[in-house]
Design a protein around this ligand. Structure first.
Ligand code: HMG
Length: 429
């Protein structure tokens, strides 16, 4: 890296790019150098620079739109940012399966989040600190009024407080429950937790160790449900009833085998995380909450359930979905604004409900493929397009050459590149 003695951190984004660009620029065989893909658009560079520290550019993760998926009677087109092929196709596939049977119905709880304040050095007071905090509930609420006033005007704000003595570490945990309406809530919760810390020290005689929101988000859940006739699952030579029976068994295995459950839930999150990224939501907070929920009864388990009744297969899912429609990157990055508009500008619980439906749709498609033809067939079809690009195909040549890859069952990059050169030479003749 050539800094010429300048501070990398204090330089402008354009100077930082100069400092880190590969010298000499490597020729990758593409018409553009790899480094140029890290930033081209001036506005986007400025945006990156105000969003993160030491920014040098941006990465163009593909943005697709799945759907339509019928959710609570509305046809929804779902923006998804993901690097993984077949994820968007799977949602669209599930969307078309459920469309004629009422689609997916959803529910969401109020968007209540928890802020935690931990106190140490409680002396003899120890566990009695719990009572002291609960007795001071009204004073604590009063103390937080200035911070929560705008949220209360929007219908959110203070909900409750509880406290717990953590005996092994001799720490008092105080949990504030706050309804954050359309926000993810991190800023408000952290401000409230920090503002109330001195008062809690007075009430308990302890010393605040730290104050921060909890990403567990168990009070902010959404659920979704679908029902389709079992024969609808019959395709590509597989019997519908048998496929339905196997889906039920597969979901049960995910409830009983944690190794399988992690993959099952990863599939559910394929969709949810992709919509989270497209809408500028905190993908890590959403993932962390979902996986913690999957372990709430002890062993980690699958988040969805399926059962067969009266010739129908029914599926359901419930998980914490702390989605926001304002704050942070949401609504700040222009693509997130566009994504929310495409989704019909829902409120935060509305977006969480779409996310629950998306997770269930994703899961149904993955399980259907897994218990019938296997996951690789759908993957390979889409993988062929990628291999075609990698071999050098661009624009209209991509689908044409992908078809050759599929029909000739070409697997590796080198064979694809060789075959592409032959194909192009033959086209030139
Ligand atoms: P197929 O039967 O080959 O699809 O399935 P098709 O060509 O017959 O098309 C059927 C419908 O699928 C289409 O209807 C579309 O709705 C949709 P049409 O429009 O033709 O009337 N569809 C597409 N939509 C958009 N773009 C496309 C496209 N192709 C089909 N290119 C499919 C193909 C991929 C849908 C199927 O194989 C599938 O659902 N596979 C599951 C894919 C998946 O879950 N991928 C995630 C990555 S794997 C993973 O990470 C999760 C996993 O490990 C989770 C777990 O273990 O539980 C599997």
């Amino acid at each position: 890296m050539n800094t010429s003695g300048r501070s990398f951190r204090k330089s402008s984004i354009r100077m930082r790019r100069d400092m880190i660009k590969p010298e000499p620029l490597q020729n990758t065989g593409n018409s553009r150098n790899d480094f140029s893909y890290t930033g081209f658009d001036g506005d986007m560079l400025d945006l990156a620079d105000v969003m993160v520290e030491q920014a040098v550019g941006y990465i163009g993760i593909p943005l697709g739109v799945a759907g339509p998926v019928l959710i609570d009677g509305n046809e929804v087109m779902i923006p998804m940012a993901t690097e993984e092929p077949s994820v968007i196709a799977a949602v669209s596939f599930a969307g078309s399966l459920v469309a004629r049977y009422g689609g997916i119905t959803t529910r969401a709880s109020d968007p209540v989040m928890v802020a935690q304040i931990f106190l140490e050095d409680m002396g003899n007071f120890g566990a009695a600190g719990v009572d002291a905090v609960l007795k001071s509930r009204d004073a604590i609420r009063e103390h937080l009024k200035p911070i929560l006033v705008s949220m209360e005007k929007r219908g959110g704000g203070w909900r409750n407080i509880d406290a717990r003595w953590i005996a092994p570490s001799r720490t008092l945990a105080v949990n504030l429950r706050i309804d954050v309406r359309d926000a993810m809530g991190a800023n408000l919760l952290n401000s409230a937790a920090e503002a109330v810390s001195p008062l809690l020290e007075k009430i308990t005689g302890g010393r605040v160790l730290m104050a921060i929101l909890s990403n567990r988000s168990w009070n902010r859940t959404a659920s979704a449900r679908l029902s389709i006739p079992i024969q609808e699952l019959g395709r590509n030579g597989f019997d519908g009833a048998e496929t339905a029976r196997r889906i039920v068994r597969a979901a049960r295995v995910a409830r009983e085998d944690p190794d399988r459950a992690v993959t099952h839930n990863k599939g559910i999150m394929n969709g949810i995380s992709a919509m989270a990224l497209a809408t500028g939501n905190d993908t890590r907070a959403i993932e962390a909450a979902a996986h913690a929920y999957a372990g709430r009864h002890g062993p980690y388990h699958g988040l969805s359930e399926y059962w067969i009744e009266n010739g129908m297969i029914h599926g359901s899912i419930e998980l914490p979905l702390p989605f926001a429609v304002t704050g942070g990157a949401v609504g700040f990055h222009p693509v997130t604004r566009w994504s929310l508009q495409l989704l019909g500008n829902p409120d935060a619980p509305g977006l969480s409900r779409i996310a629950a439906a998306l997770g269930l749709a994703q899961n149904l498609a993955a399980l259907r493929a897994l218990v019938s033809e296997g996951i690789q067939r759908g993957h390979m079809t889409l993988h062929a397009r990628r291999l075609a690009y990698d071999a050098g195909a661009r624009r209209n040549d991509i689908p044409d050459f992908a078809a050759i890859i599929r029909s000739e069952k070409i697997r590796g990059r080198d064979s694809a590149a060789r075959r592409f050169t032959e194909w192009m030479d033959a086209k030139d003749v």
